[in-house]
Design a protein around this ligand. Structure first.
Ligand code: TNX
Length: 539
């Protein structure tokens, strides 16, 4: 039987037999993790397990799921042992218990009696990379708090631990600030495609940070600077340069609409690289101190992202001057700056600045050289190769949603088939902080749009971020089979996932029989995958 476990653990072995869930099963031990498991199991199966923190109470009833913090072992790791008579989950920390709970839920399957079973198994697990993230662009289209909450739950279920919020761009400013109220007031009214805008209040943001923390997810806020700042000019025209209308800006307007950016008017098109803060004006740095200072104070996590991408109308000299000062401001606030990879070409950015690489799996145009600049400066890299894990690339040529510029369309196989240490020559595991999938939202206006683009490819990003490169089942054919099984869980949870493409036809009778049985198990090949039929019934 194929287990829908993604990301795949360091080691997993199954034995004969199963642990059957029933309302008599008692959860014992760590109270927080026990209640997480009870909630997840209830949502997945409808079975309400009892939580008895006092072990004596549980002993009387017999079968238990025993949850224990051990204090030693790999951070975020866990051991899960399932026997027909009981289940034991152990971890050194709360995050590891949380991830063990997620694995437990992925292992659940229907039994012949109409109930739910866990297969007897031994699992030992821990992550490869510390930073396992997803970026959501709430600037091109704004998404309200409940949508972001659901996304947090869903990425946490795949053992991701970072939500990077792209909070500002040419099309909108999405966080209300006490120090600069005009930003949200004037800069957040619209979205790309002329759709309605919106913004988070400080309380919304604090709520999301806490909601994420409860699921072992840290929020990394991004204010994109010095480009991508047209919306700043709606509030503070004196801080921005006039738009630079290049041939590519005009061409993007011709292809996608949205017109030519005009000072003082909201921009609803898709062009990039036309806006800039005024680099040589001290008022700009007073603005940065206010905005970054307030966001740093609202954000408990260590990272603060200042963008730095596509400042195409800014001279190299001005760009370097700006990035030096902006990263120093962030460091002075006690945070580690993060910037897109272009900033790695600046000689004097704050030491330890983290670079986020958005070039291709096989770098072009010196993007790898830029990325190595961060390592030289004592920093590390977050890898977001655009032709693999930019989730806004069309998943297939027929998709009405998404863009294609990064060698798109990007299949699930392309999202899975790359190795982090082989992207930037000279960057070893130690230089790589982690992996982040990115969802830009120029073409995405609704939660259903998000789901169609995020799923199933986010599962590929999660496995690359978590599972060892040479780990068990860390191959495309094995991953595809597991994802097809996991898609049933997604469909049951109401997620309107994109479809999982059919495996290519296989030659030979033996192979054909094998592919038929795989189809019967999980229907990865059928035209109506579980995920797809969920999409059908929901729309
Ligand atoms: C590039 S890659 C961008 C974004 C766009 C995205 C669309 C990067 C750091 N910037 O501004 O939204 O492409 O795919």
């Amino acid at each position: 039987m194929v287990l829908g476990v993604v990301p795949f653990p360091r080691s997993l072995s199954t034995r004969a037999g199963a642990f059957a869930l029933s309302p008599e099963v008692v959860l014992t031990g760590d109270a927080e993790a026990a209640s997480v498991i009870a909630d997840l199991v209830l949502a997945r199966t409808g079975v309400r397990l009892r939580v008895a923190v006092a072990v004596a109470a549980a002993a009387a009833s017999g079968r238990t799921i025993a949850v224990r913090r051990t204090g030693t072992g790999a951070p975020e790791g866990y051991r899960l042992r399932v026997d027909p008579g009981g289940v034991a989950l152990e971890s050194p920390d709360a995050a590891g218990l949380f991830y063990g709970a997620q694995t437990l839920v992925q292992l659940l399957s229907h039994n012949d009696a109409g109930g739910w079973d866990l297969p007897a198994a031994d699992i030992s697990d821990a992550p490869r990379f510390a930073h396992r993230g997803m970026m959501l662009d709430v600037a091109r289209h704004f998404f309200p708090v409940p949508v972001v909450e659901r996304l947090i739950d869903r990425i946490a279920a795949l053992k991701l631990n970072v939500l990077h919020l792209h909070l500002s761009d040419d099309q909108g400013w999405r966080l209300a600030l006490q120090s600069r109220p005009a930003l949200a007031h004037r800069g957040s009214q619209t979205s790309a495609l002329g759709d309605p805008g919106g913004h988070f209040t400080r309380a919304d943001y604090a709520h999301l940070v806490a909601y994420a923390a409860a699921r072992h997810v840290r929020v990394v806020p991004e204010i994109d600077l010095p480009g991508h700042t047209h919306a700043v000019g709606l509030a503070y025209p004196e801080l921005v340069e006039p738009p630079v209308i290049s041939a590519s800006v005009a061409e993007t307007a011709a292809t996608f609409g949205g017109g030519i950016p005009t000072p003082g008017e909201p921009y609803t098109g898709f062009a990039v690289g036309f806006s800039s803060l005024r680099i040589c004006d001290e008022a700009t740095y007073e603005f940065l101190a206010d905005v970054l200072g307030e966001i740093a104070a609202l954000t408990p996590g260590p990272l603060l992202h200042i963008g730095g991408d596509e400042a195409l109308g800014t001279s190299a000299e001005d760009y370097a001057y700006f990035l030096t000062r902006a990263t120093e401001i962030v460091a002075g606030l006690g945070k580690t700056p993060v910037a897109w990879h272009e900033a790695g070409r600046v000689a004097r950015i704050a030491p330890g600045t983290i670079g986020q690489y958005w070039g291709f799996v096989t770098p072009i145009d010196g993007a790898d050289e830029d990325a190595r600049g961060f390592i030289a400066g004592g920093g590390r890299l977050i890898l977001s190769p655009a032709d693999a894990i930019y989730l806004d690339m069309k998943p297939d040529a027929q998709s009405a949603l998404g863009l294609e510029w990064a060698n798109g369309p990007t299949s699930l196989e392309a999202a899975y088939s790359w190795e982090p240490t082989r992207v930037i020559a000279g960057a070893s595991d130690r230089d790589i902080l982690g992996v982040e999938a990115a969802l830009w939202t120029e073409t995405l206006a609704t939660e259903a749009d998000i789901e169609a683009m995020v799923y199933p490819r986010i599962a590929a990003a999660a496995e690359i971020a978590w599972s060892a490169a040479d780990g068990p089942e860390r191959t495309w054919p094995a991953f595809r089979e597991r994802v097809a099984v996991l898609a049933e869980l997604w469909a049951d949870a109401g997620i309107r996932a994109g479809r999982i493409a059919s495996p290519p036809p296989v030659a030979g009778a033996e192979a054909a029989a094998e592919s038929e049985s795989a189809a019967a198990d999980s229907d990865p090949a059928g035209s109506a995958s579980p995920a797809e039929s969920a999409a059908g019934s929901a729309s």
